[in-house]
Design a protein around this ligand. Sequence first.
Ligand SMILES: *Cc1c(COP(=O)(O)O)cnc(C)c1O
Length: 371
Amino acid sequence: MEITSFNPPRRILMGPGPSDVSERVLKAMSRPTIGHLDPEFVGMMDELKLLLQYAFQTQNALTFAVSAPGSAGMECCFVNLVEPGDTVIICQNGLFGGRMKENVERCGGIAVMVQDNWGRAVDPEKLEQALVAHPDACLVAFVHAETSTGAQSDAKTLVQLAHQYDCLCIVDAVTSLAGTPLKVDDWGIDAIYSGSQKCLSAPPGLSPVSFNNRAAQKIRNRSSKVQSWFLDLNLVMGYWGGDGKRAYHHTAPVNGLYGLHESLLMVKEEGLENAWARHYRNHLLLRDGLESMGIHFVVAETDRLPQLNAVSIPDSVDDAALRATLLNEYNLEIGAGLGELAGKVWRIGLMGHASNQRNIDFCLKALRATL
Ligand SMILES: *Cc1c(COP(=O)(O)O)cnc(C)c1O
């Protein structure tokens, strides 16, 4: 077999991520690789931090991108904030809440699960009951935008509740960042992680995170070492330059960070509020088109994520065959259902650069022709 250079087809990515990456970001990534301790690169990292603070709406000094995908950002939050024996309340309303439980247990913590049905927002009343029932809990974790179901939870209220009961909060914002309103400082979020490949529309492989002073304090006061050397924030911060000189920790994914820098710059140029509004407007356009075809949403209108549209697969439609046709004949990727919703729903993403009218028209046309 002769192996030649890999030339991927040009797809339109309307699934749960990665989303379409703009030419501008791709071009930024093809610029010359320089040393990760080169002063020019260090300057780029400082700018990247400012851009991330803007995207998260935070002044947190401890804001940077973990050199690995969103799952590593999740793990970074848990391994640093959970110590053996800690009780952590996890609100689960989809697939990703289940991964939080795995993380807590692997850190030696005790996970208390608060379950809501898939496709529903997290119920603050259930969280409050759990907080009352478990006065020893020190952390609450939940997913702001459940990509597995298309449901959005009221992060501000959940964080407030956690604080009333003296808990810190870990928030999964992998899909919400830059797609739907999110205000880390206003809402008092203590620790948050996201991903580069959803509404930021950079390639996958980087996970923006941010920690406030209360979270940093808890990490500094740990009685046991963080179990992960790579994700130990005490070490990583020496590298991302909290204060003082940059010490070698690992080699940063240099060109990947160029891409994230460019994508965040594009968010800044558009304006975060404008990006949120665009995601919402485009969601309404897609919704109207789908509903006119008799395709219905899974999530109640009030809890819907504009960037991830979960719809029921019409009876008598072959899920896999339809998605294969879209991919092969239209170069269009939409998402399949996950977990409990596998085979029951499609997840149509309108994330970041992919959230535009041309994609919506194209997707509706392709669905109409194929159904
Ligand atoms: C995509 C996603 C993750 C995982 O991110 P990866 O980059 O795939 O590791 C975690 N949480 C949510 C809500 C996601 O949508």
